[in-house]
Design a protein around this ligand. Structure first.
Ligand SMILES: [Zn+2]
Length: 343
């Protein structure tokens, strides 16, 4: 249920006056989930994370995701049993999501044809079909709670947040990493991976759905990573590491590099933001061997990190979660009003 404009205004006003919360919770708190980008490792990790929430009885009122987070968020919101999905990704074959053009065709396109019309190594039909087969509902409208998926509209060169229409192509668009995948055509426009603009669409659901807490599951990226490029050039997919360095040179406001952090929503609405940045085993794209281990470690870490705060989270997260008071002031001092209340 959406918070009324009066409720939202009152919460923001009280939060700006330095109060943590405005109203005593009526009924169970509303908790939203943000799932970040994270490649194939992210697919397994987010699945483990959602399984842990389910096991701890943490209800989800809305999800927003980008790239890997859009895929797992879409599957979960559609109503698919996460255990069934976990089984599907344990057994997924590479050709079900990665179908690169033959090398000869790529060379022909790049050298003889001067790259005309070449937009990516792999088509997206197999991945889209894999999502369709694993979705329980096929549209945003039929999901069991609101879902938001972020991508880039290449025609307009801007971020878009999908919340209507068919799920599978929009999940694929959000996950279509440039160079690796061809952009996805939806209703005549081309879309690519939203991670190029924003890793996790944190500002998309908070005030819009009157949430009391947001749990962000951020799959590790090394922000501001420096180091010898010659080492990178000896590793698989050196090209991706170059893109990573371009993307992740600036840390988003909600990250702290701690495995567990607490903040308040920066719009001043008083919602608590719980950020999980778990250290997980490596899993290089597009490999899936080792995915089960990532899933299991993510599940265990989520449970270990959240269990001590479970009672606070399920009773009155605005008041009872250990958000540093200084954080409240700092977050209010800049970028106020960034929540997507008017969408
Ligand atoms: Zn907010």
């Amino acid at each position: 249920m959406k918070a009324s404009p009066l409720q939202t205004w009152y919460r923001k006003l009280a939060a700006r006056l330095g109060r943590r919360s405005t109203t005593a919770p009526q009924g169970p708190p509303r908790i939203g989930v943000i799932l970040s980008a994270g490649g194939s490792r992210g697919i397994y990790a987010h699945t483990g994370f959602l399984l842990a929430l389910e096991q701890m009885g943490i209800p989800v009122s809305a999800i927003a995701g980008c790239s890997a987070g859009a895929v797992v968020g879409g599957i979960a919101a559609s109503g698919t049993d996460m255990k069934v999905w976990a089984d599907a990704i344990r057994h997924v074959k590479q050709e079900e999501f990665w179908t690169p053009d033959p090398v000869r065709q790529v060379i022909w396109s790049m050298v003889r044809n001067r790259g005309i019309g070449f937009t990516g190594l792999s088509d997206t039909a197999a991945g889209t079909d894999f999502f369709r087969r694993n979705l329980t509902a096929q549209t945003f409208e039929d999901c069991r709670y609101p879902l938001y998926i972020m991508a880039i509209n290449l025609d307009r060169s801007e971020k878009v947040v999908f919340s209507h229409g068919e799920l599978a192509p929009r999940m694929m668009a959000s996950a279509a990493m440039p160079i690796l995948y061809k952009p996805v055509n939806i209703d005549g426009s081309y879309y690519s991976d939203g991670a190029l603009i924003e890793l996790a669409p944190v500002d998309n659901i908070c005030c819009k759905h009157g949430l009391d807490a947001l749990i962000v599951h951020q799959i590790g990226q090394h922000f501001g990573r420096k180091g010898d490029m010659s080492e990178v050039l000896r590793q698989p997919w050196s090209l991706l590491e170059i893109i990573n360095r371009l993307l992740f040179h600036q840390r988003p406001w909600y990250l702290s590099n701690e495995e567990l952090g607490f903040k308040f929503c920066r719009c001043g609405c008083g919602a608590a933001v719980v950020v999980l940045e778990p250290q997980l085993p490596d899993l290089h794209w597009p490999h899936t061997e080792g995915g089960s281990q990532v899933l299991e470690v993510a599940r265990q870490k989520t449970e270990a990190l959240l269990r001590p705060h479970l009672e606070a989270l399920l009773s009155d997260p605005r008041q009872r979660l250990p958000v540093p008071p200084a954080g409240l002031q700092a977050e209010q001092s800049h970028d106020a009003g960034r929540c997507a209340t008017d969408q």
